[in-house]
Design a protein around this ligand. Sequence first.
Ligand code: R5P
Length: 319
Amino acid sequence: MSGNVTSRIVASTASTRLAGKVASQLGVPCTTGATERFPDGELRPSLPDMQGDDVFVIGSTGPPVSDNLVELMLLIDASRRAGAARITAVVPYFGYARQDRRERVGDAVGARVMAHAVAGAGADHMVVVDAHTAALEAMFGIPVEMLSAVPTLAEALQGALSGGEVVVAPDLGALKLAEHYGTLLDLPVAVVRKTRISGTTVRAEELIGQVKGRRPVIVDDMISTGATIEAAIRVLEAQGAVPDIVVVATHGLLVGPARRRLKDPALRFLLVTDSTATAEHEGLPVSVRSIARLLAEAVSRLHDRRALDELTGTARTSI
Ligand code: R5P
């Protein structure tokens, strides 16, 4: 990285490993800070002096989402008070992004509230990876860079494909994402029509596209409880797809019943990134591809005021 201003990585508790990898790839200091937790649950991070530095706070907001969001905001504030010249919040997984509109009267639009809170804490710039909705950008009053882990994941998939695959979007919102994978892997695309019943249950009824006799590669931005993937697998089986399924998602949250739901003999493996530090992989055939290189490249270019171009990508469509 060039320039007279020093760049520095600040790592949240949730992203210590990933931030460490990014810092070592760039050869810049990584400050983990000391996040104290008070007996009543309050967090208080403390950072050293960083007068005039170009600071990149890396803080993913996977589970526990609200705690991780608060820590991110406090680290941004602490960086400002420690003298940072510019602060970029690098949020590999941005929680609350699914709350980008009201489902019914009386709902909050959580994504907007969190966007205002993060920007209000003092961030000058935001970087997110495969945000659930492109609408997130419009909710921030600061520039937002939407990185895509799709090329990283598609590259990791290349060697694992045995022929006759079809990329499957498990709902209409994932169609653009599926088309991106389809283009990179030179595969046809099919889509499942899904209806969400609640936070943990969905109904998948219909399938558009040809899957009979093909090996499905189901792609999504995130796996939370596994309901979406489980429902898509049932539809694919009913339509005569080969029971040799690969699931690819940027954010492998794998919470609640995910482990039970995804223990399916038809599932060859799940490919996710290290955007969140989930411990729920045990017992599942999960393969993790790091996004450290992607983040390091983005940090380097932002520090040097260079364009991100091909690092950015297609978010899901909000449906
Ligand atoms: C849909 O809105 C998202 O992109 C994912 O499909 C969904 O959030 C995954 O959640 P779950 O695993 O609980 O179905």
